[in-house]
Design a protein around this ligand. Structure first.
Ligand SMILES: Cc1cc2nc3c(=O)[nH]c(=O)nc-3n(C[C@H](O)[C@H](O)[C@H](O)COP(=O)(O)OP(=O)(O)OC[C@H]3O[C@@H](n4cnc5c(N)ncnc54)[C@H](O)[C@@H]3O)c2cc1C
Length: 383
């Protein structure tokens, strides 16, 4: 078991030395970053949020944000795999029975069990907290689940899946349950590939569950408490996690373009670098401001969430939007400054540009979050 300080230092070292070296190759091959998961697992990074009694480092939101930001500066695809593993392990740790935790968490902490969330369904789209699939109670007390899950990160590569569904006989769409289902469960399979624009170094795919046997012992929390678990545990980890990935991608754009602007020189202007042009300085300033504002919102959200500040919910809803917007601003300015070099694959900015697009559409999308924030501001019910 590694302590938090060591885990953060190891993550930083591996991100800069291992993740960065293979980021372009993994992206272009559109493959799951298995070797990164292996080294991160061995170094204890994948056990960051797991309590120490289950072999993890016992870290929280601040450490998670640091890890994901650092990974995303180097390989955002790997950061997304880590993020979904963190969301899954956080909710298993918070809501699983001791037996379930013993079954999954020590292996998750060692990186021998990669976990993820299988929430989204075509029937509810970005409103993933309201699955349309429902657990069926058959004769003899047996339960089964048939569902089509869309866009599952690490699909087929992950060893365990936190799956959402309406509880058997649900009277409302929010009467849901979360279950941990192991890879290879009869009736559980991946269906093709998602082939996303960015974060392409992944195995993102739809998954189908056909009459998968549901054991109540694999349920996270009491019957019908899935929606509550999503709000209490998954939402803050996911929102702060995606925001951290966005800030990391924005920092990568910043570093890449600063290096380019100081080294790209014009012979016709006596060898002057682009950095000497006032308009270039102006756009670089906008990138710096975007990175700093995204980072500041993120730090403030984490501070309020850790202090259990009643205003934290507002920031948890807003931080993903603000960080995604900051990232898109930084990356679009960097693309302008990079010119033809950025438009091609040579400089790495093209990958950063594609990776930056994901956060705004990942559910809850920026539009759906603004809908929530607007309602909350006006004192209207969210659901
Ligand atoms: C990179 C990536 C990784 C993902 N990983 C996972 C994963 O691991 N597990 C998982 O379960 N899912 C995952 N998803 C799925 C994701 O969370 C969403 O469910 C999915 O992106 C929603 O897409 P959709 O096309 O169905 O959206 P739709 O529901 O069709 O919505 C499309 C758009 O309609 C608008 N809209 C809809 N409702 C409202 C509203 N009330 N107010 C305002 N505007 C609205 C918004 O602009 C929204 O973006 C991932 C998605 C991406 C892009």
């Amino acid at each position: 078991m590694a302590d938090i300080k060591t885990v953060l230092a190891e993550n930083e070292k591996l991100s800069k030395e291992v993740l960065r070296a293979s980021a372009d190759q993994i992206d272009q091959a559109r493959r799951f970053p298995r070797e990164n998961c292996d080294v991160l697992g061995k170094a204890g990074v994948l056990g960051l949020l797991i309590p120490t009694q289950y072999g993890g480092a016992g870290g929280g939101l601040a450490e998670m944000s640091h890890v994901l930001d650092t990974q995303a500066q180097n390989c955002a695809s790997t950061a997304m795999v880590t993020l979904m593993h963190y969301c899954a392990t956080a909710v298993i740790a918070a809501k699983g029975s001791d037996a379930l935790k013993q079954q999954f968490l020590p292996a998750c902490a060692r990186g021998e069990n990669i976990s993820t969330l299988a929430f989204s369904e075509a029937g509810s789209g970005g409103h993933f907290y309201m699955p349309v699939s429902e657990v069926r109670q058959s004769g003899g007390g047996h339960k089964t689940l048939t569902a089509m899950k869309s866009f599952v990160t690490s699909a087929g590569e992950a060893d365990s899946y936190v799956v959402s569904a309406r509880k058997a006989g649900a009277a409302a769409p929010t009467e849901t349950n979360l279950y941990v289902i192991a890879k290879g469960a009869p009736g559980f399979s991946t269906q093709g590939r998602f082939e996303g624009l960015g974060l392409a170094g992944n195995a993102s795919a739809p998954m189908s569950l056909t009459e998968v046997a549901i054991d109540d012992a694999t349920r996270l929390g009491g019957d019908g408490t899935g929606f509550q678990s999503m709000l209490e545990i998954v939402l803050p980890h996911f929102q702060i996690g995606v925001a951290s990935v966005s800030v990391g991608i924005a920092k990568a754009a910043h570093q890449t373009i600063v290096a380019r602007m100081t080294t790209r020189k014009y012979a016709h202007a006596g060898g002057a670098a682009l950095a000497s042009i006032p308009r270039v300085q102006f756009l670089v300033a906008e990138i710096t401001l975007a990175v700093n504002s995204g980072q500041a919102f993120l730090r403030e959200t984490i501070r309020k969430a850790l202090a259990a500040d009643p205003a934290a919910l507002f920031d948890v809803l807003g931080v993903k939007v603000a960080a995604a917007d900051a990232c898109l601003t930084a990356v679009s300015r960097a693309m302008t400054l990079g010119g033809g070099w950025a438009f091609g694959k040579r400089g790495g900015l093209e990958r950063i540009f594609r990776d930056a697009q994901a956060a705004a559409v990942m559910a809850p999308s920026s539009d759906v979050l603004k809908d929530f924030i607007g309602k909350a501001t006006l004192g209207l019910p969210l659901f």
